[in-house]
Design a protein around this ligand. Structure first.
Ligand SMILES: [Mn+2]
Length: 326
């Protein structure tokens, strides 16, 4: 665990933040960095992160990378960026010991803690340069990432009215499920100006749409999903695999839920895996091991993970996971 307090952001520097596009945590990291440093921001996912980092050129001299787990391949881009810019990496995904050593050798400022969401780490790191109200943003991310019990998150959340946090968190979370990249960028922009989710045009409408979609899914999933022992899984096209995986725990009374999306051309499947709190295995670790064994890659947290594997290996992956939980 490395947690430190941010050094003063140089306001004359050209700053960019690269953050995870997918969820509340990633979007709020970008909003917080922008709020503190007036940075530009780029939102990306694991499928496009390489390309996204490659686009960072010498016009930036301070780069933040948030809520994105890294591997050896990405490290090469870090090395390139480090030649012309100061680099700060803020994350809470599993980080291999040797990668963390390499980052340190390179002089990358690393803020890493598995117990907190990336937004709480970002808030804590840039605290001195952020207004009190921006702590609410970090609180939304903590609840949304189910990391509200982290030591920093707990203290932070206590400062604010819990009902208001929960209300705004769920509006934002449901709306982002249905938002395209353009809208996500607009939402991040407004959040960085400390507007509340319900005030941002389109957010409430999209959140209600998503709530209605959830009702349909609750009805349909028990019929469409397959259950193998305590693992329920189903293919999804329009819904986010993560949402589906969470719902499977509920409506199929499974211990592990898997939502997956298959890319027919590339013949790969993207899986989101969620587990109940009583799970005895670490999903992040098991997912990473199984995916690599089957020619893919993956990782994540103890009760929430993701992987990309060849579609031909999907059955094997699920069977192996079932076996591990016995
Ligand atoms: Mn996160």
């Amino acid at each position: 665990m490395i947690v430190s307090q941010g050094s003063s952001p140089d306001l004359s520097a050209k700053v960019v933040c690269v953050s995870h596009l997918k969820d509340v945590d990633g979007c709020i990291c970008a909003a917080l960095v922008r709020c503190a440093t007036k940075s530009n921001f780029l939102l990306t996912d694991y499928g496009h992160i390489n390309e996204c980092l490659r686009n960072i050129q010498k016009n930036y001299d301070l780069v933040y990378i948030c809520d994105l787990g890294i591997n050896e391949i990405l490290l090469e881009e870090f090395v390139r960026i480090k030649q012309f810019a100061k680099l700060t990496y803020i994350d809470h995904h599993h980080l291999d010991g040797y990668l963390s050593e390499r980052l340190e050798e390179m002089g990358v400022e690393v803020v890493h803690d598995l117990r907190e969401c990336a937004s709480v780490l970002t808030f804590n790191f840039l605290n001195k340069f952020l207004p009190r109200e921006s702590g609410l943003l970090a609180s939304f991310a903590a609840f949304s990432d189910r990391m509200e019990n982290g030591p920093i998150a707990k203290r932070l959340i206590e400062r604010y009215d819990r009902d208001f946090i929960l209300f705004e968190t769920m509006l934002l979370s449901y709306a982002l499920e249905r938002a395209d990249v353009g809208l996500k960028r607009r939402v991040v922009h407004h959040l960085s100006e400390l507007e509340y989710p319900h005030q941002i045009e389109g957010v409430t409408e999209l959140a209600l749409e998503q709530a209605n979609r959830i009702i349909i899914l609750r009805r349909e999933l028990p019929n469409n999903a397959t259950k193998l022992d305590n693992v329920a899984y189903v293919e999804t096209r329009e819904d986010s695999p993560g949402t589906i995986a969470n719902l499977l725990l509920d409506v199929c009374e499974a211990n592990i839920g898997i939502g997956y999306h298959t890319n027919q051309q590339k013949q790969t499947s993207d899986l989101s895996i969620r587990g109940r709190s009583n799970l005895t295995i670490n999903l992040g670790r098991v997912t990473s091991q199984l995916a690599e064994k089957l020619g893919g890659f993956g990782g994540g947290h103890p009760r929430a993970s993701g992987a990309r594997i060849p579609t031909s290996a999907l059955k094997k992956f699920i069977q192996a996971l079932v076996h591990q939980t016995k």
